[in-house]
Design a protein around this ligand. Structure first.
Ligand code: SF4
Ligand code: SF4
Length: 234
């Protein structure tokens, strides 16, 4: 599989399942056969994932990416052996970090839910092509990652504005929106992956979807208050 296909969610799932280290091997940078240059994306994803690991208290040395050509089996063996040695030194996941397996599971599960949001917020950086290893450290800073999680957004449908047109409901990729004809729509915050599609999709003349950050999401209105009374045309 192309290294560019290795999603942030795959890496988090591996750690959530208790693996002690993740190694990603990619083709040499600037030697991709395709215009997509997926290995740059893999590199950026790893740099982001390593910062996220620091944020949740995991040692980022447990995640490594190396680039080599298909003809460099010796490099591959060296890189993998070196990584295995390094991970053995770190010990089982969470042990040297003072986290138990449940902590790791909970923390990675929380971040996994936010993967679409994290990718959307960082889409420009994830698509960038770094020229030198010296640039790696600065692509994602500690402060940016702290801010990312501190200011995480939620989406809420304003019941006074929703016209029950169902456009948002049809576009939501995870069926987090409930509603029906003449019924004010609501978002299930547990299911919502914060992709922002409903915010973009709600027609401007209604403007019913609100983006919320730094304050609690208002409670969902009760079922009996969700019916919209339309004026008859007669
Ligand atoms: S932000 Fe909106 S469209 Fe995206 S998952 Fe949440 S409810 Fe669905
Ligand atoms: S698109 Fe806007 S107006 Fe239409 S159902 Fe969704 S929130 Fe309500």
């Amino acid at each position: 599989m192309c290294s560019g296909r290795v999603d942030l969610g795959f890496v988090l799932r591996a750690f959530s399942n208790g693996v002690d280290g993740v190694f990603i091997g990619g083709c040499r940078l600037n030697e991709c056969n395709y215009v997509t240059h997926g290995n740059f994306h893999a590199l950026n994803m790893v740099l982001l994932a390593r910062r996220i690991m620091e944020h949740i208290g995991l040692n980022p040395e447990r995640l490594k990416i190396e680039f080599m050509s298909g003809a460099e089996a010796n490099l591959f063996v060296e890189a993998v052996n070196g990584f295995v040695k390094q991970v053995k030194k770190l010990g089982p996941l969470g042990e040297s970090e003072g986290l138990d397996q449940n902590d790791v599971k909970l923390k990675t599960a929380e971040i996994t839910k936010l993967v679409p949001y994290i990718k959307m917020v960082n889409q420009d950086k994830l698509a960038s092509r770094l020229k030198t290893p010296e640039e790696y450290d600065g692509l994602f800073t500690h402060d940016e990652i702290e801010k990312l999680f501190r200011e995480v957004v939620s989406y809420y449908i304003d019941p006074t504005k929703c016209q029950a047109c169902s456009i948002c409901l049809k576009r939501c990729p995870v069926e987090a929106i409930a509603g029906a004809k003449n019924l004010i729509h609501i978002i299930d915050q547990e299911k919502c992956i914060k992709c922002g599609t409903c915010f973009e999709a709600c027609p401007p003349r209604f403007g019913a979807v609100r983006k919320i950050s730094g304050e609690p999401v208002p409670p969902t209105i009760p079922e009996e208050a969700r019916t919209i009374a339309r004026k008859s045309k007669a």
